[in-house]
Design a protein around this ligand. Structure first.
Ligand code: ZN
Ligand code: ZN
Ligand code: ZN
Ligand code: ZN
Length: 224
């Protein structure tokens, strides 16, 4: 019966036999260990990535990916930046009848106050879920959202845009050329030339931009 050589050992990653002294050196280059570490790192980096479609009024839409660990507040900030922010109005998500507001109630006397947006998507949304977003409860902009897919993966940052609608083309009410501005008094669209002499005060002129909030309140364009 041979005695086992306790000075040697088997690498648990690649199953090769090494002497104790040689083992440390081996570990630095062991392909089995390298592969395992990479897998662990991958797993750590990977999380739920939500693929969400955001649409408004038929011709405005965005396809985005957002981390499941991101909050409704992160999504609210994104929507404000790209589409709706004009003067800091309140906003709200509605998910299965539950409201999540950008304004947090100090205390909830009646128990019917909206919830905070500081909650992760992973806690409130699942694949195929449809939900709503409203910005400004005076001149409200309504957005319809849907989770199209959830995958395991990693993206840089919390949110990224996959696709966005091309800017809509508006026609000047007077000369039929491409319009660049809209009038908040008569709600017609005009080119830069015609807006000046169409009869309304120039203070009502607003730029036409690629946003469902174009021409509404003080909206002048996105931050992107
Ligand atoms: Zn090894
Ligand atoms: Zn406003
Ligand atoms: Zn014109
Ligand atoms: Zn006008």
């Amino acid at each position: 019966m041979g005695r086992s050589d306790t000075s040697r050992g088997e690498c648990r990653f690649c199953k090769k036999s090494f002497s104790g002294r040689g083992f440390g050196k081996h570990l630095l280059t062991c392909p089995g260990k390298k592969e395992r570490d990479e897998n662990l790192n991958e797993k750590k980096r990977k999380g739920d990535i939500y693929y969400i479609k955001i649409a408004a009024y038929g011709f405005y839409w965005l396809h985005v990916e957002i981390k499941g660990s991101a909050t409704l507040l992160d999504l609210d900030e994104f929507l404000r930046e790209i589409w709706v922010e004009c003067c800091g109005h309140l906003s709200q998500f509605t998910i299965y009848g539950e409201r999540y507001s950008s304004y947090e109630e100090e205390d909830d006397w009646w128990g019917d106050a909206p919830k905070s947006m500081k909650i992760s998507l992973g806690k409130v949304l699942d694949v195929k879920d449809k939900f709503d977003y409203e910005y400004d409860f005076g001149s409200t902009t309504h957005l319809a959202l849907q989770v199209l897919d959830i995958r395991k993966g990693f993206i840089k940052g919390k949110i990224r845009i996959l696709a966005r609608n091309n800017p809509p083309v508006y026609i000047c009410e007077k000369c039929k050329n491409i319009a660049s501005q809209t009038c908040q008094a008569c709600w017609d669209d005009f080119c830069d030339k015609c807006i000046e002499d169409h009869g309304c005060d120039e203070d009502y002129a607003m730029p036409l931009v690629n946003s469902p909030r174009t021409g509404v309140c003080g909206y002048v364009g996105d931050a992107y």
